[in-house]
Write a protein that binds this ligand. Structure first.
Ligand code: SF4
Ligand code: SF4
Length: 499
């Protein structure tokens, strides 16, 4: 069937600059460029270009420019170009449209409508270069109170995991990302004194040496879950939902299930790795509680147990149930969170922004007097240090970063993660392509990003006259809303600017 889909990107090659080095031919994993021996020319099949910018970035003479294709459909207020393309794509394939990365719709980003406070005259600001700033964060259940006898603490303190900065790396499974990318996350988390997350795809044996800095997941597919997996990690996370695809399961296509991925997931090579939509043993808060305590039992009550859900309409009530069920940490993933693969219609239409979910959850747990019983981790499209510090003021203990971390490694948000052809080697399983990502260079870039954001967080804290992140946690007096409606200010629990 002839395709009616027009190219999305145009490839412009400056012939005067092109030296026929063929770097673009070897680097494009989507097969766009080909060298024609006879004419000594490089030709490009624009229809295959996904706009990942790999070729333009590596072209030694800057001869390539990749632009959005200028072709235009007749303007129609009801039918955007994207909608037309989606209908045509389905008419050609008869399949659900699958995509990678997070929601790219222009929904309101509440972080951009929240402003931070600064000290003036009274309560003077603090210079973070000259005075210590405490960013250390302890994740896990805190006791309701402390009891002392003869000057000694006699309250049992539940297991805590200390991180040096309130920034941790999001769950990304081996199989969805390459071995090299997961190694970079583990090395960076260790160097920074923070955490990364294996995602639901098991944990390669040679990465278990990073255990103190690793959260492992127990998801509906139970890939790779055994006693060693649980006991070598710092935290065990039960994955109920994911921000990019609330309510549905996961699917790693058989092409990405190499021998190594298969061994890690404990499934046959080349078979599709399907995670069911629900955890088949959880149909109530009581069932969740049984799994939480089964995992506590399996880890000798030595590790905090986290429960991760997608941010949905009634997230606050669900979170309250999770804490009462025994979760030591609750992780909430907003609808801008990324994914290796998700149906586009789910990614773009299901869930709520993390800002609103976080504010509602923190407020509810405080109102019920159980906020101390669980740490709150939030995820879903954190773009800079200002987003992170605002999340902490709204009640988060720490923030998961995923998309930003991938961008630090080279990702250009081309949304082709599900194809296994990531030209940057991040989400590729083909050994030839995956090797493009040097884990040591990627580690350095991740460490640099988190260090820079951590320094900026210290600057902002100092400006507010605060020397410990603990003093900002849930302190919404340091936030003001701008350009928001009454109901939005009410959900966020902040006053408008000038009030
Ligand atoms: S490398 Fe990326 S930007 Fe360049 S032609 Fe291939 S798909 Fe397009
Ligand atoms: S990880 Fe790779 S395939 Fe996925 S969006 Fe980024 S550059 Fe594209």
């Amino acid at each position: 069937m002839k395709s009616y889909l027009l190219p999305q990107f145009a490839v412009h090659r400056d012939d005067d600059r092109c030296i026929r080095c063929k770097v673009c031919v070897s680097q494009c994993s989507f097969g766009v460029h080909a060298y024609d021996d006879e004419d000594d020319e490089i030709r490009s099949n624009e229809g295959a270009c996904v706009g990942c910018q790999r070729c333009a970035t590596l072209c030694p003479t800057g001869a390539l420019v990749i632009r959005r294709h200028p072709h235009e459909f007749r303007p129609n207020a009801n039918w955007s170009e994207e909608m037309l393309l989606d209908v045509k794509r389905k008419a050609e394939t008869g399949a659900v449209t699958i995509t990678g990365m997070g929601n790219d719709k222009p929904h309101r980003v509440y972080w951009d409508h929240l402003l931070l406070n600064a000290s003036q005259v009274t309560n003077p600001s603090i210079d973070p270069l000259r005075e210590p700033m405490e960013l250390r964060t302890f994740l896990g259940r805190k006791p309701d109170g402390l009891l002392f006898k003869d000057g000694r603490l006699i309250t049992d303190i539940p297991p805590q995991v200390m991180i040096e900065t309130p920034i941790i790396f999001s769950a990304m499974s081996y199989g969805a990302i390459s071995y090299q990318a997961q190694l970079a996350f583990m090395q960076a988390a260790q160097e920074l004194g923070t955490l990364c997350n294996t995602g639901e795809g098991g944990w390669p044996m040679d990465f278990r040496r990073f255990g103190r800095n690793v959260i492992v997941q127990c998801a509906s597919g139970r890939f790779g879950v055994d006693p060693d997996y649980l006991n070598q990690a710092a935290i065990v996370e039960i994955k109920i939902g994911q921000g990019a695809k609330p309510g549905i399961g996961g699917h790693l296509p058989g092409e990405k299930v190499t021998a190594a991925v298969a061994a890690t997931r404990m499934i046959p090579e080349g078979t599709d790795a399907l995670s069911p939509a629900p955890q088949h043993d959880i149909y109530s808060i009581e069932d969740l509680s049984m799994l939480i305590y089964a995992l506590k039992e399996a880890t000798n009550y030595e590790k905090p147990i986290s429960v991760k859900i997608a941010a949905v309409h009634n997230a606050a009530a669900i979170a309250s149930g999770m804490v009462r069920a025994g979760a030591d940490i609750i992780a909430i993933d907003g609808f801008r969170g990324g994914t290796g693969a998700a149906p586009r219609v789910i990614r773009d239409n299901v869930g709520i922004p993390i800002e609103l979910a976080l504010a509602a959850i923190d407020e509810r747990l405080r109102r019920e007097g159980i906020r101390n019983r669980a740490s709150i981790l939030v995820a879903g499209g954190f773009r800079n240090s200002a987003d992170i510090i605002k999340a902490i003021a709204l009640g988060a203990d720490a923030v998961y970063i995923g998309t930003a971390a991938l961008v630090a490694m080279g990702c250009t948000l081309c949304q082709q993660c599900n194809t296994g052809k990531c030209a940057w080697g991040i989400t590729a399983q083909d050994p030839y392509i995956a090797k493009r990502l040097n884990p040591d260079i990627a580690t350095r870039r991740l460490v640099n990003l988190v260090r820079a954001w951590t320094l900026e967080i210290k600057e902002m804290l100092g400006g507010m006259g605060i020397n410990s992140i603990e003093s900002l946690r849930g302190n919404r007096l340091h936030l003001r809303g701008i350009g928001l409606q009454e109901w939005e200010l009410e959900v966020l629990g902040v006053k408008g600017a000038g009030q």
